[in-house]
Design a protein around this ligand. Sequence first.
Ligand code: PLP
Length: 591
Amino acid sequence: MNMATIERFEDLEAWQRARELTNVIYDMSDVGAFARDFGLRDQIRRAAVSIMSNIAEGFESRTSRLYIEHLGRAKASCGEVRAQLYLAHDRQYVSGEVFEQTLALAESVSRLTHGLIRYLSNARINEIREDTACYAEEYAVSYASNFASVHYQEVTVTTNESQVPPASESSPSHLQPSHLQPSHLQPSHLQPSNLQPSVPLLDLKAQYTAIRDEIRAAIDRVADAQQFILGPEVEALEHEVAAYSGCAYGIGVSSGTDALLVALMAIDIRPGDEVITTPYTFFATAGSIARLGAVPVFVDIDPLTFNIDPTAIEARITPRTRVIMPVHLYGQMADMDPIMDIAQRHGLVVIEDAAQAIGSEYKGRRAGSIGHMGCFSFFPSKNLGGFGDGGMVTTNDAALAERIRLLRGHGAHPKYYHKLIGGNFRLDALQAAVLRVKLKYLDDWTAGRQRNAATYRRLFAEAGLTIDPPSCLTAGCHARNKGDCTLPPGRVVLPVEAPDRRHIYNQFVIRMAQRDRVMAALKARRIGHEIYYPVPLHLQECFAYLGQRPGDLPASECAAAETLALPIYPELTDAMLAAVVEAVAAGVREA
Ligand SMILES: Cc1ncc(COP(=O)(O)O)c(C=O)c1O
């Protein structure tokens, strides 16, 4: 989809620009001498937030008079921001270039706000806004609950014929699409500008806004009970996550990292034991192994799924091997049948690192339920993320569950009588209370992520950027020489969904030859992105003692050199997805 064809309300544009300005000001005033000038820093931040919140409150007002009042305040705050920027520049807190850019941004917000005031003054707005609000209430897609999303949805509903529901008796004629064409909303002096929405990699505020009251009530419940460590909230979450994951037991712990550590401790992993795992994962996977003195033995990945290649495991088994630890990377499960088969034949324990994969499935079975233990993370960016660190171990083995419970509380039972040497790996009640609220929405959010993945696939295909991954990767990666990571230029490889899996898209990771250019294009358009993970673990400095060299695990090394995660969170709008695709297209085509 071409961004130039997307029509938007100018007020949404003004708000987005104001949000962008606020982000810039917060970043800028966090650095060096500016950060220490508390007075000026607070003033400019307050003024920036005031622009945003006044435009936002204007959105909500039903009369043009009130709306104009809010916009008037927003415009005055633009003036304040400009004055404070000059001051910051005089005091040499910001470079000339940053000053110019931020000033230009503040001026553009001011112009948009001014344009809106003029537009509202023509008095037609009352009627139009009321129609639009009713229409949106009737038809807007359910997850659009924060006001920015709602307004985006309104735009989608009113401008995209294919999404307009058919006329019915309950839809009065004045709510029919023809009455709500963009031309009604775009007087000639307010042409849609060519500004693109900025898109963060993850927007947790959008999620929070939708469930704020429920979360606050849950937090209040814990505050009233004053029971902060373990307790009934944690127990309830343990039952709920275990049931959700198709497991008999869940043991809440302090993080995903500690889930891995305590799972290894539960089977008494000792110095010199070997644990087979993948090098293409977050550090915690191998870090937890090494912290117990055990040896991470890295096996290369399947380049299609980024998960451990089961066909390469058996060659690395030795008499010291105790565990296979597959990681379900980015939200798609590893190929578990052959892994379980190998483990059974060699008498090994399987610990699933399911930190990124809650609710994902392999042949109808959920992550964490196939191996002997599953380890989950509730880090805020996960699909089920808390308000801080948290994690859980799942298992179907009662004895293991009991041992993990002991180990997470210094191995004590009863209190002060220590059967084992454990640690403090306990989950907070506050985290559990928050997570219990969020768990109810997890399937909806996952559906949103899957919908976004499907939209990306359509948009990338329409832009002519896609390439059939099996032909370019299976033949390519394994045959590649050290450091030779070339994919066909001008194309991107989209995530491959293996058959029989439910991918929950914790990340949407593409790969391409010209990653630096694509990143530059995304950065220029303020579109969030991240490399997960730039250095495979076998080449990390701290694992130099393992003696591995570049070229040893080529599929992992190629993935590290070529992959890039794009925004995939459920609250993304079609306009945002289109902006991301357009930016990627610009990057790969520059090559
Ligand atoms: C694959 C993987 N394993 C383990 C962890 C560790 O989880 P936590 O950050 O909750 O300690 C993470 C978290 O990012 C992860 O992605």
